[in-house]
Design a protein around this ligand. Structure first.
Ligand code: SF4
Ligand code: SF4
Length: 203
């Protein structure tokens, strides 16, 4: 005859007299534990539009599109909650640590369509003052300048951005330059990497 093991017997007796391990959700609200990984949200004030979160998202739940309309260019970042697997990689790799953060929301049941389960934010781009193509989101430029401080003075585009932000330099008009005629004055502008390279080599 096989006797029950004492440890299992103790567990079984304890389980009879203790309250259930599971909660009574949805009949009663459920409070997840502190580090629970639930629905992620963008926080527009702290997001710089770098799209690092989209690059590291293993489920491709974060997408970004760059729209260029005349003198206005914007990056649209979208998080699709119906695809998210709540891994937390976006929050862990966000350079500001606060641009996207996971909440403790776990109840995603809804009658809305899948396409509506998303959050989108937009970030304005800085345009190249030669060819007019998008360089970086404005907030990312500002974040880099603040982060590296005086080291930004070694980069003409960052220096100009800093001076303009401080009201010490005027904003340049974007002059279309399809023939790519570069002179020395072209170097003192905010330029995209292609135009910067050509300006340095040809002027
Ligand atoms: S700042 Fe953070 S949330 Fe914003 S785009 Fe970059 S990684 Fe994503
Ligand atoms: S939690 Fe994971 S799956 Fe969800 S958006 Fe962030 S990186 Fe992508």
């Amino acid at each position: 005859m096989r006797y029950p093991k004492l440890r299992e017997l103790k567990e079984a007796i304890r389980a009879i007299f203790s309250s259930p391990y599971t909660s009574r959700f949805p009949y009663e609200p459920h409070e997840p534990y502190e580090r629970f990984r639930g629905r992620p949200y963008f926080y527009e004030k702290d997001c710089i539009g770098c799209a690092a979160c989209a690059q590291v998202c293993p489920a491709k739940a974060i997408t970004f599109e760059d729209h260029l309309k005349g003198a206005l260019a914007k990056r649209k970042l979208t998080i699709h909650w119906d695809i998210c697997i709540f891994c937390g990689q976006c929050e862990a790799n966000c350079p500001t640590s606060k641009g996207i953060m996971l909440s403790r929301e776990f109840d995603l049941a809804t009658t809305e369509k899948r396409e509506e389960l998303k959050q989108a934010i937009e970030k304005e781009f800085i345009l190249c003052e030669c060819c007019g193509s998008p360089v970086l989101p404005y907030d990312q430029y500002a974040w880099v300048v603040k982060r590296i401080g005086p080291l930004s003075f070694s980069n003409t585009s960052l220096l100009l951005f800093y001076l303009r932000s401080a009201g010490l330099a005027l904003k340049e008009k974007i002059i279309p330059n399809p023939e790519k005629k570069f002179n020395r004055a072209m170097r003192i502008k905010i330029l995209c990497p292609n135009c910067r390279r050509e300006a340095v080599l040809k002027s």
